[in-house]
Design a binder for this molecule. Structure first.
Ligand code: FAD
Length: 551
């Protein structure tokens, strides 16, 4: 008997599920129901068409119904919406150009993704207000830019799509401002990375306003909560995604506390004949073990593959996601995997943090670029919990190595020993990952304790504020130093030890952490017991913000 598979949603998760189903069974009758006018298109590529990095629109359209039929024998119904599931009768009601009809299924796969949130505010429906989620959204914006020649743009929301679009609009010649409600952009990463991202945007002429709300849109102007008015011939809302759950809710399938559809580790819903994949799901976070939503293309594709396999009788387990992601910000890349420092704390871990600023390859080989790398680890077990990185080069490969390390539940000790490829054009003999692990291990053993810039800021606000010792050169100190910091270059430290108090906590910093580490070791060996190094040094303090600098 032919198994009837119906798949609702024909983009990342759905199209993958359809192709996989056919690879498993030549017999199955596979139908994809897609409410939009395209199947299997590259939604991740949409910003790069607006920027004109991708010139040909057709590059984004990965399949057609005819192509799907020819290669996979999959029937694709475009501009057809699934509007009801009859679970007992095992059929789906669909509405298309020809009216409504029922499609019978043996196994149903839901891959309906999500919808971008449109804030309800005055002016949100103005003709120059856009969202970017589908090919028609992209076409509409592209046509508007070509025809109406807008000169100013406001992007509301500083998440990865908003930032990709800010870059795209800037490249199209629009004076662009990003407005973000939270204190920093790229809020999935820790704030110091948000600040680094914002600096690169600003350096490329994109204005970034954080900690402020958009109140309304009127007369090509965006009005902010603090009364400021921004010229905006074009407004893009990019403030998050909500899972598409109308159908699932109506069918009585379980929705979890995160607002996503609940599935088991075989991606089966509460109904044994209905599987699901992609942005609509609530899934397990591989590190925290918590239920989370990870609306990203990688997980959606892999879940589509697993859902189809299980619908056809294989037994594939989905192990959960890490939320590994990367975003290009002009010449830089920001990337992350696993838990951020903030989410690790929220998950109850005893969080340690090691930050390093280091060339992405040997400094003596031309073209070395500085990257910042942060490891987040569990102080009790030394297990890696997450990592974040930023810089013009070498960021994605470090984050991918660290995503693999997270999947393998590696510790700092494992990372310190990782045997990574090295030649001067590619890395340093100790890769930044090795070095960051050394730093973390030295923290855990007490050999060279660390504080984060945020922790130092909090300590400085208490009555028992530590002495801050700046061990950089005189030139660096004079350019910018912390108000009240004592200056002693690391090379002079051994000769000036009697100037330092032994009964007070000393927090040492340099530019990025290495000289301060040497200083901490000198101090510790001369009887100074309460000493710590600011991980990431002056660079992390500047990125963190909120310190009182004197120049
Ligand atoms: C502009 C943009 C850039 C992105 N960039 C990245 C990136 O760089 N990296 C990354 O990892 N992720 C990125 N994403 C996110 C990624 O595209 C999504 O995570 C992924 O597409 C989710 O796959 P999905 O199958 O769950 O949903 P989708 O790909 O959104 O597909 C769901 C489909 O279901 C259809 N549908 C919904 N309800 C019904 C119904 N009742 N009947 C019929 N059809 C229905 C919808 O029309 C839709 O086409 C980006 C997204 C956008 C919009």
């Amino acid at each position: 008997m032919k198994t009837k598979i119906v798949i609702v949603g024909g983009v990342a998760g759905g199209a993958t599920a359809a192709a996989r189903a056919r690879r498993i069974s030549e017999e199955a009758e596979i139908t994809v129901v897609e409410r939009g006018p395209y199947v299997s298109y590259a939604n991740c590529g949409l910003p790069y068409f607006i920027s004109r990095d991708i010139e040909k629109r057709s590059e984004l359209l990965l399949q057609t119904p005819e192509g799907f039929d020819a290669r996979y024998g999959v029937r694709v119904l475009l501009e057809t919406e699934a509007i009801e599931i009859d679970r007992l009768g095992k059929k789906v009601l669909v509405r298309g150009k020809g009216g409504e009809s029922w499609l019978a299924y043996d196994k149903l796969i839901l891959a309906q993704g999500g919808n971008p949130i449109t804030p309800s505010m005055p002016g949100a429906d103005a003709p120059y207000v856009f969202k970017l989620w589908t090919v028609p959204d992209m076409d509409r914006m592209h046509a508007y830019i070509e025809k109406d020649k807008p000169r100013t743009a406001v992007v509301v929301g500083g998440g990865f799509i908003g930032l990709e679009m800010a870059e795209a609009l800037k490249k199209r010649g629009l004076a662009t401002t990003v407005v973000e409600l939270l204190p920093s952009v790229m809020a999935t990463m820790d704030p110091e990375f948000g600040h680094q991202v914002a600096s690169v945007l600003e350096a490329n002429g994109v204005k970034v306003l954080t900690g402020v709300k958009v109140e309304s849109v009127a007369d090509s102007t965006v009005v902010l909560g603090d009364g400021r008015r921004l010229p905006a011939d074009l407004v893009l809302f990019s403030v998050g995604v909500r899972p598409e759950l109308t159908l699932a809710r109506k069918a009585g399938l379980e929705i979890g506390s995160t607002g996503g559809l609940v599935v088991d580790d075989h991606l089966r819903t509460a109904d044994p004949d209905i599987y699901a994949a992609g942005d609509m799901l609530e899934i397990l976070h591989k590190v925290s073990g918590r239920r989370v939503r990870v609306p990203l293309a990688g997980p959606a594709n892999r879940q589509g593959r697993i859902a189809a396999s299980n619908a056809l009788g294989l037994a594939m387990r989905y192990q959960g996601a890490l939320g590994t992601s990367a975003v290009k910000i002009f010449e830089a890349t920001a990337a992350a995997t696993g838990l951020s420092e903030r989410s690790a704390r929220e998950a109850g871990f005893a969080v340690g943090v090691a930050v390093i600023y280091k060339g992405h390859h040997a400094g003596y080989y031309p073209g070395a670029e500085e990257l910042s790398l942060k490891l987040i680890y569990d102080k009790k077990t030394a297990r890696l919990l997450g990592a974040q990185a930023f810089g013009p080069a070498g960021v994605d490969k470090r984050i991918d190595v660290l995503a693999t390390a997270l999947a393998g539940k590696l510790t700092l000790h494992d990372l310190a020993e990782l045997d990574l490829a090295y030649a001067p054009p590619y890395s340093t003999a100790n890769d930044p990952i090795n070095l960051a692990a050394f730093i973390g291990i030295n923290d855990l053993s007490g050999f060279s304790p660390l504080v984060t810039a945020a922790e130092l800021k909090a300590e400085l606000a208490t009555p028992k504020a530590p002495l801050v010792l700046d061990v950089r050169t005189l030139g660096e100190y004079e350019a910018s130093h912390l108000a009240g910091a004592m200056h002693l270059p690391v090379d002079d430290l051994r000769f000036e030890l009697d100037r330092l108090p032994k009964d007070r906590r000393i927090v040492v910093h340099c530019r990025s952490g290495f000289r301060a580490h040497l200083a901490v070791r000198i101090l510790k060996q001369h009887g100074f017991t309460d000493v710590a190094n600011v991980t990431g040094g002056h660079m992390s303090m500047v990125a963190e913000g909120g310190f009182n600098w004197e120049t």
